[in-house]
Write a protein that binds this ligand. Structure first.
Ligand SMILES: Nc1nc2c(c(=O)[nH]1)N[C@H]1C(S)=C(S)[C@@H](COP(=O)(O)OP(=O)(O)OC[C@H]3O[C@@H](n4cnc5c(N)ncnc54)[C@H](O)[C@@H]3O)O[C@H]1N2
Ligand code: MOO
Length: 412
């Protein structure tokens, strides 16, 4: 640990190509074990842990799909505008109860959408196609048997698996579960992600009020990382800011043994005070340190027993850019959520942009109609991404893209 060249600094050796690093990371991650039962109010976007079979038919009875009249189709065979047929009105059928009257030959029943079809009826005629005169109703069209009737079990038959383990709970799927009288579901446990910000300069807005002192800054990374992790299905735990000593790092890691994933920001580079990589080497197995990406090069991944640790750069833009392209897929994988499908836009680059020859660059851009406006200021500038809608990927080997060129923008 203490063997350091260059006056305590350790320069980066070889760094991994971005896609390689991303694959190493995804290969190291599996869905976390464990289930819990959650009420519907907090079930949206959770991942179902078990199949849900239908306990009964839906609808549970032959149901009218229209407001109108329940009839026997055979009674209206010859009905037309020229020779209308009249049926006697026998009563009313309303939702929530079986019809008190049945439909016998020559009669009809006034019925509401959603009401059980009265005994004897086999079709419904929309009210717009009829004319009522006292207790008689005139029909001018024939009707097919089953017309405007949703038969029992038409939507779902009892015993059919309507929701499957591994599916994400969307509003529609919650609606299906609700229609079976359920009010909670068994879902996969959320991965616990512990967030650590490190740096002697950092202030915590929660406890350190007032203007920063000389050389001090407010911690922005934990807030950004927490938002990305929570939006990717994690149960987020914020740990206190870690100061730049190995003992502080050790204490923080001791406090994070419950986490499935530890995400740190700061101290991931090669400086004398950058203990992030030291603690990873001390506690576990380093899977990589350094990625050929801009921003975000000093990023490390390690395994400590069953835990993963992703150590991100302190620079806010580097940290958040990596959170979008690395941390988000990692957390989604741990949570059992499907990989995000990138959403892209085609645009004309508003200004030329440059890129280092040896790193893949995720260059943030703002969309302005058909134009992609580069907005990257610097890795240390917290506003580089707040004005961005997405990024342009500039491959290794490409050092410049000229203004006016068509580019693909991947939205964040
Ligand atoms: N000799 C080299 N030096 C550096 C290299 C390199 O390859 N060789 N890489 C540079 C790159 S690229 C980056 S990115 C940074 C990352 O450094 P660290 O991860 O060690 O981050 P720190 O030094 O701790 O902080 C960098 C910067 O960010 C500020 N910071 C830190 N934490 C927060 C936070 N939670 N909220 C807001 N701002 C934060 C910190 O004050 C620093 O200004 O390394 C380069 N160096
Ligand atoms: O990798 Mo750094 O994020 O370029 O400043």
């Amino acid at each position: 640990m203490s063997e350091r060249g260059f006056g305590g600094m350790r320069p980066f050796g070889a760094v991994l190509p971005f896609e390689h690093a991303r694959q190493v990371m995804l290969d190291a991650a599996g869905i976390v074990e464990g289930h819990e039962s959650v009420p519907f109010a907090s079930a949206s976007t959770r991942v179902l842990a078990e199949d849900v079979p239908a306990p009964f038919d839906v609808p549970g009875f032959d149901r009218s799909a229209m407001d109108g009249y329940a009839v026997r189709a055979s009674d209206l065979g010859g009905a037309s505008a020229e020779s209308p047929l009249w049926l006697a009105l026998a009563g009313r059928a309303r939702p929530g109860a079986l019809s008190p009257v049945s439909v016998r030959e020559g009669t009809c029943v006034d019925i509401a959408t959603g009401a059980p079809l009265p005994e004897g009826a086999d079709a419904v005629v929309m009210v717009e196609r009829t004319h009522r005169d006292g207790d008689r109703v005139r029909f001018t069209h024939p009707v097919m048997a089953r017309e405007h009737v949703s038969p029992r079990g038409n939507d779902v038959q009892a015993g059919a698996v309507v929701l499957r383990a591994g599916e994400v709970l969307t509003p529609a799927r919650l609606g299906v579960a609700a229609s079976f009288g359920l009010c909670s579901l068994v879902v996969r446990r959320k991965p616990v992600v512990a967030l650590i910000s490190s740096g002697d300069e950092l202030l915590d807005a929660g406890t350190d009020a007032g203007a920063p002192g000389p050389g001090q800054i407010y911690d922005a990374n934990r807030v950004m990382l927490a938002a990305v992790c929570a939006g990717s299905g994690a149960d987020v735990r914020l740990l206190p800011v870690v100061r730049d000593t190995l003992d502080h790092w050790r204490n923080a890691f001791d406090a994070a043994t419950h986490a499935d994933l530890i995400v740190c920001s700061g101290g991931s580079s090669v400086g004398e005070q950058d203990f992030g990589s030291d603690i990873l080497a001390e506690r576990g197995e380093m899977l990589f340190h350094g990625i050929a990406v801009k921003p975000g090069k000093p990023t490390a991944l390690a395994r400590i027993g069953s835990q993963l640790v992703l150590a991100m750069p302190g620079n806010p833009t580097s940290c958040l850019s990596n959170a979008y392209v690395l941390l988000r897929p990692l957390v989604r994988r741990l949570a059992g959520l499907p990989a995000l499908v990138p959403v892209t836009r085609d645009a004309a680059l508003a200004r030329a942009l440059t890129s280092p020859v040896d790193r893949l660059q995720f260059h943030p851009v703002r969309l302005d109609g058909d134009r992609a406006v580069p907005v990257f200021k610097g890795s240390g500038d917290v506003t580089s991404l707040s004005d961005a809608d997405g990024y342009v990927e500039v491959p290794v080997g490409v050092t410049r893209i000229e203004a006016g060129r068509r580019v693909v923008v991947t939205l964040y």
